[in-house]
Design a protein around this ligand. Sequence first.
Ligand code: GLN
Length: 242
Amino acid sequence: MSNNGLRLVWVYPDLLSTYGDQGNALVVERRARQRGLDVQRVDVRSDQPIPTSGDIYLIGGGEDRPQRLAAERLRRDGGLSRAASNGAIIFSVCAGYQILGHEFINDLGEREPGLGLLDVVSTRGEGARCVGDVLADIDPHLGLPPLTGFENHQGVTHLGPTARPFARVQFGRGNGTGDGTEGAYNDTVFGTYMHGPVMARNPLIADLLLKLALDVNALPPTDDRWYEALRAERIASATQPA
Ligand code: GLN
């Protein structure tokens, strides 16, 4: 973190921002400010270079064509990969998650290279699209309460040996491979299929990113009653038959 505060980069809002994923940036910003932290948020459109000096990068979901365009531009730009090699924290959702992997199937039915920042490969699921509310248990190493989110994807994501499952589903599909995993992460790079936006439903994920960025073990408490009410409502929706 520089003297100018925490730098939060929202990657390609013009291509990757389905289902309110931009809310993730709002939640991270708000929870940082509630702790008295100075946050500089930079929204980087796909015709702009990705700054390499960010502390936290957020990437959202997208439809198949914008997802291909985003992958092409991110590969060409190289900034996100450089930021990752400098230890930046990256949190990605759905299409963004697939782009961070080694490859995915694009809108033309071709294998599209990703950035290889996560050891995952995405293929196109043969079955029904994964759509609906999800409830999952986050990897206990991360010390977070159950994950609630909404998924909507055709892609299916397979984890390689150096990617840890971010969570294991109780309800819903997650990575869609049938092994119960949801999302993936390594040290500082995270991917999930959860929209919602996921930070509004799971604000402690935003806190985890802040703690990693600040290199601290704890943050001052916040009043989370609103979030708790939303979580309870969405968990009930995931666990009750439609
Ligand atoms: N296009 C991707 C898929 O269907 C990602 C969708 C999304 O980001 N919601 O798998």
